[in-house]
Design a binder for this molecule. Structure first.
Ligand code: SF4
Length: 435
């Protein structure tokens, strides 16, 4: 888990974990600057694994060693769940909860409470920052939902984020319009449990309705993308939008976790293997160019060889392309941590086999793109993204540009584009700039 610093010499934010943290990190930086803070580092921690929390502590020690004059505030899910483990660190000036971090007063100069972490379950409003983009990113991330009402047996997140809460639609549509006005071609909707969007709002709009309203209210937005979703909670409007809205990107990342029904039951997931297969099949029929990514856990407690084979086979059976494989690691405080654990070597080997299956599936997908003309959105670092989220190597084009290019090959899990491209803004055909 690579920490992602957001830096202004006065205030540096180091984000761990998910995109909701990334968006909140940007808001924290702005609030702290507005409070006139200087020489401040904010660690926006993650608690998804014990390793994530350990890396936050490691970063705290390193940053204090590098610049002892800087003050360190720790927030995020690891701080919310276990504040004292950070408060007892001499390097740490203050520990803020996930709700407290959204309050400007928490960053007021001279506020001296060492721990300000309240009951996250007491918060019924989303308090999500509606920012027009995150610095250094060519796509605009909009965190529209936070918290989670589920209790998957391996997951500690609800105890860091509280109950599911959604950004009210008027605020969301305004934020989206600001992203468009700022020149973003793509908005990525993100959340902790995105498919729970709207259930807590007065008119209870579902995710699909919100997506349709957003696309209607922003006709000049070229691309709308969803981050990870729970297939069993996908609503009929979302299906319809995916089938009929070309500006909704043909790419869904599914939180599948396993391909075996007994393991899904022990994970307390809400879908079965058959549900996952049906979801992918029906959506592929409605939107043939759709590409699926998925999170899969390898070596969940009690997983037998036969159960693991069901997960392995899911890669082919669902036609998954972009795999995120997580070797199971027990998270203290979760029911799964108390279950009989598999030997680390077995967990490691199963993760390797899943990753290899994912690499084979991705290679097949990349092969199938050769000779096609794709619409790409350029990013930093010589990378562009196709509509189905596949990465393409490009050269010398500023980030945030929409282009069309022919695919001539692939290398290291990236597609290679022909050296000439057509800007999507209708201007003349061009070729790669030499630099
Ligand atoms: S849906 Fe499950 S895995 Fe996802 S945040 Fe909620 S409890 Fe965790």
């Amino acid at each position: 888990m690579t920490p992602r610093p957001q830096n202004n010499s006065a205030v540096e934010v180091v984000n761990f974990g998910c995109r909701v943290n990334l968006v909140e990190g940007e808001a924290l930086r702005r609030v702290a600057l507005a409070q006139g803070r200087e020489n401040l580092v904010i660690i926006n921690s993650c608690a998804v694994t014990s390793e994530a929390a350990r890396q936050a502590r490691q970063a705290i020690r390193r940053l204090k060693r590098e610049a002892p004059e800087r003050e360190i505030i720790v927030t995020g899910c690891a701080a919310q769940i276990d504040p004292s483990s950070f408060a007892k660190m001499p390097e740490v000036a203050c520990v803020l909860g996930n709700a407290e971090k959204t309050q400007a007063a928490s960053f007021a100069k001279g506020q001296d409470s060492r721990i300000a972490v309240g009951d996250i379950f007491a918060h019924k409003h989303a308090d999500l920052p509606s920012l027009e983009g995150v610095e250094d990113h060519s796509r605009a991330f909009l965190a529209v939902q936070t918290g989670c009402d589920h209790r998957c047996s391996f997951c500690i997140i609800p105890f860091g984020r509280g109950v599911s809460r959604s950004m009210p639609q008027p605020q969301l549509l305004e934020a989206a319009q600001r992203c468009v006005d700022k020149g973003f071609c793509e908005i990525v909707l993100t959340g902790v449990d995105l498919t729970s969007y709207g259930k807590d709002l007065p008119s209870a709009p579902d995710l699909g309705q919100m997506v349709k309203s957003l696309l209607r209210s922003a006709p000049s937005l070229a691309r709308l993308r969803l981050s990870s979703i729970d297939c069993i909670e996908a609503d009929a409007d979302l299906f319809d939008a995916m089938a009929n809205e070309p500006r909704l990107m043909p790419h869904l990342h599914l939180s599948l976790q396993s391909g075996d029904d007994m393991i899904l039951k022990r994970m307390k997931r809400r879908h079965s293997r058959a549900d996952a297969l049906r979801f992918c099949e029906e959506l592929r029929r409605a939107r043939p160019d759709i590409v699926f990514g998925a999170d899969l856990i390898a070596g969940f407690p009690t997983e037998t060889d036969a159960m693991f084979e069901n997960s392995l086979a899911l890669v082919e059976d669902c036609g998954l392309t972009h795999l995120h494989v997580f070797p199971f690691s027990p998270r203290p405080g979760t029911p799964a941590a108390k279950m009989p654990q598999l030997a680390p070597a077995v967990v490691k080997d199963r993760a390797r086999r899943l990753r290899e299956a994912g690499a084979r599936a991705l290679r097949r997908h990349l092969d199938a793109q050769i000779g096609r003309r794709l619409t790409l959105l350029t990013e930093r670092g010589g990378i562009a993204r196709a509509e189905d989220f596949t990465k393409v190597r490009i050269k010398g084009i500023a980030p945030g540009r929409m282009i069309e290019a022919e695919i001539i090959g692939h290398e290291d899990e990236l597609l290679t584009a022909a050296p000439s491209y057509a800007p999507r803004d209708g201007s003349v055909q061009a070729s790669w700039l030499p630099w």
